[in-house]
Design a protein around this ligand. Structure first.
Ligand SMILES: [Zn+2]
Length: 335
């Protein structure tokens, strides 16, 4: 069984050199993979386009038309921090389509697990709005397609920012469980503990807003005491991870204090519960560290764990936050 990376040179077409979310991120990460001891254990796969039907099932016509139109005019800013380039309608559908094909192969048992090293990222894209560097919501499009075929899908989102788009898309549903920790207060401002779903989806959104400086020990407690016991009860057929490396302690857009090894540790914990696991790239902007964070996760996926010397000071007291998250989660789950 193999670990696949979905990657294409086409993902570099989405680029703006002055912007933190630029194509150089992929160059750095692919170099790290190629120069690592894992290079021979990984298969690199080219993506296919996501079908337009699926895109329209999640996103509004107005939003899709806006991306198409800006693309055809040669590119422009869609809001203050999100840009669209020429060819982006295709590039964004390749990112989403590559992830979905990978998820299907993993779910069907054709490959063990994988990582979609795809851009532009997705977890801030809401049903009606491209935002936060994201055009279409890659992980939500995949989760929706798999859930429609009857799979129970768990999304774990350790990016330093809350995945407001992913949350909104599944807020009323119980076939997709969303678990996120994130820095708070921080962009985009959502992800409070009380945001736990509506209607049938009540209890299927779990948010842990952490404070500046919280790191490995707090995240370990959160996962061991709350996220993983709930995940076990949910019993997912596949786990999708919004792999944001901006929760690393050096990230210029972050504020949480995770070390590089923790990115692999988190995957290891979820993998023990359901080995059918697929990661997709979200944030991560420190070019000296994103390659190491990625290798930490790939090391676990390929069963060749890697470790990187990395220390930071972390704030260890999160007792009140964890108690509040527990109180909310206990309404719906046995923890
Ligand atoms: Zn982020």
């Amino acid at each position: 069984m193999t670990t696949e990376i979905v990657y294409s040179q086409a993902f570099h077409k989405h680029d703006n050199v002055g912007h933190p979310e630029n194509a150089q991120r992929l160059t750095v990460m692919m170099d790290a993979v190629r120069q690592s001891p894992l290079a021979d254990t990984i298969t690199i796969v080219e993506p296919n386009l996501l079908s337009e039907d699926l895109l329209y099932a999640i996103h509004s016509e107005e939003m899709i038309e806006q991306v198409k139109e800006i693309d055809s005019q040669g590119g422009a800013w869609i809001d203050l921090d999100t840009y669209v380039c020429s060819s982006d309608y295709e590039t964004a559908r390749l990112a989403a389509g590559g992830l979905l094909d990978l998820c299907r192969r993993v779910l069907d048992g054709d490959t063990e697990n994988g990582f979609a090293l795809a851009r532009p990222p997705g977890h801030h894209a809401t049903p009606r709005r491209s935002m936060g560097f994201c055009l279409f919501n890659n992980i939500a499009l995949s989760a929706h397609a798999l859930a429609k075929k009857g799979a129970r899908v768990l999304i774990f989102d350790p990016d330093v920012h809350h995945g407001n788009g992913t949350q909104e898309i599944f807020y009323h549903r119980k076939d997709v469980l969303y678990q996120s920790f994130h820095l708070s207060p921080h962009f985009p401002g959502t992800g409070a503990i009380e945001e736990s779903g509506v209607g049938l989806g009540k209890g299927y959104t779990i948010n842990a807003p952490l404070e500046y400086g919280h790191g490995d020990s707090v995240v370990s407690q959160l996962l061991d005491d709350i996220f993983l016991p709930v995940a076990k009860q949910f019993d997912p057929d596949i786990i999708l991870v919004s792999s944001g490396f901006d929760s690393h302690h050096t990230d210029p857009l972050g504020g949480l204090h995770l070390t590089a090894d923790m990115f692999g540790e988190m995957i290891k914990k979820y993998q023990a519960l359901q080995p059918k696991l697929v990661c997709t790239l979200e944030g991560g902007y420190n070019f000296s560290w994103i390659g190491k964070c990625l290798l930490s996760q790939l090391g676990v996926l390929t069963h060749h764990p890697l470790s990187f010397p990395d220390t930071t000071q972390e704030k260890t007291d999160a007792r009140l936050i964890l108690e509040d998250v527990k109180k909310e989660v206990k309404k719906y789950w046995d923890i």
